[in-house]
Design a binder for this molecule. Structure first.
Ligand code: SF4
Length: 307
């Protein structure tokens, strides 16, 4: 498809994510400096850890601990699949299939194929959850996923193979001989190492912490490949709006500071039983403690705007 045939939403994605003429990648020394800064700041923590019992840092653990420590502690080991949180995974699988699909295909057919494949996958994904859904629940999930995929198809230009699109791409960085791991799973990446665009797709609105999530992705990609990605984008399928940030030295350094603070907090809360601090915010709406936490209830009563 030529750019003339793109609708305005697709054209705006091309405009904000395309590589500008004359773009120059960040020097490798910037990535080396970020690694050195991270290792120096985490060294005291690493001395207390062993590869037999390492510390795992993910996007979700960092976001939760920086959001509210009490929420983080209450959410430990409490993840379970629901129709609402699995719909994004189904949509990502449908996007993955669409990239290599030959000929025209309807969103509902891609979603059915995605559901069938996820159900068959023998990994720790949502296979079992999908398999035990009642016909009504499966229909509801299908409806949510078709809605998301249709919005994606309307908003994004057709993904060309030459853009190297990858969905649900997992990455892991091992530090201090396996005492600390940083791990990510990115919704969509475009481009080759050294000029990647990292995209987080949101079914709802964009929150201020989404930019922090992407900076963590940028740091992990930089440490893993030795080359910084080019650009970060949170894309709201609901509003067809992207929040975009160029990867800079400052972005990587901000991510390093957030990882160091988060890793220390996670260690203290999970291994040293430190008392968690309360910090109300948008996360109060889905916190497991929201029915008993007075601070969170008062915050929600006041109302807030965080877009
Ligand atoms: S309700 Fe809000 S303030 Fe209370 S623990 Fe949960 S996230 Fe923290």
């Amino acid at each position: 498809m030529s750019n003339q045939e793109l609708n305005p939403m697709q054209q705006s994605v091309v405009d904000v994510l395309g590589k500008p003429a004359g773009w120059v990648p960040l020097p490798i020394t910037v990535v080396q400096a970020a690694r050195a800064q991270l290792e120096m700041a985490l060294a005291p923590l690493a001395e207390k850890l062993t590869p037999e019992r390492p510390l795992f840092i993910s996007k979700s653990s960092l976001t939760t601990v920086h959001g509210c420590e009490a929420h983080f502690v209450a959410s430990l080991d409490s993840f379970e699949w629901t129709i609402l949180n699995v719909r994004g995974t189904v949509m990502h699988k449908a996007v993955e299939l669409s990239i290599n699909w030959r000929g025209p295909v309807e969103p509902a057919d891609l979603v059915d194929e995605a559901l069938a494949r996820l159900e068959d996958e023998e990994s720790r994904g949502p296979s079992e959850f999908i398999a035990q859904l009642s016909p009504g629940e499966r229909a509801q999930l299908r409806s949510y996923a078709v809605d998301l995929y249709t919005k994606f198809e309307e908003s994004f230009p057709p993904l060309k193979a030459s853009w190297r699109p990858v969905t649900e791409s997992a990455a892991r960085v091992e530090l201090f001989d396996g005492a600390i791991f940083l791990s990510t799973r990115v919704d969509l990446t475009l481009g080759a190492p050294g000029s990647k665009v990292i995209i987080d797709l949101k079914s709802g609105r964009i929150y201020s912490n989404h930019r922090e999530d992407l900076r963590f992705y940028a740091l992990v990609e930089s440490l893993r490949s030795g080359q910084a990605p080019r650009r970060l984008a949170t894309y709201s399928l609901e509003s067809a709006r992207a929040d975009v940030e160029e990867v800079s030295e400052g972005v990587l350094q901000a991510a390093v500071r957030r990882v160091v603070d988060g890793a220390n907090a996670i260690y203290e809360l999970t291994r040293e039983d430190r008392q968690p601090k309360l910090n109300p915010g948008s996360q109060c709406r889905w916190c497991p403690l929201k029915d008993s936490c007075e601070t969170g209830q008062n915050f929600l009563k006041r109302g807030f705007e965080d877009d």
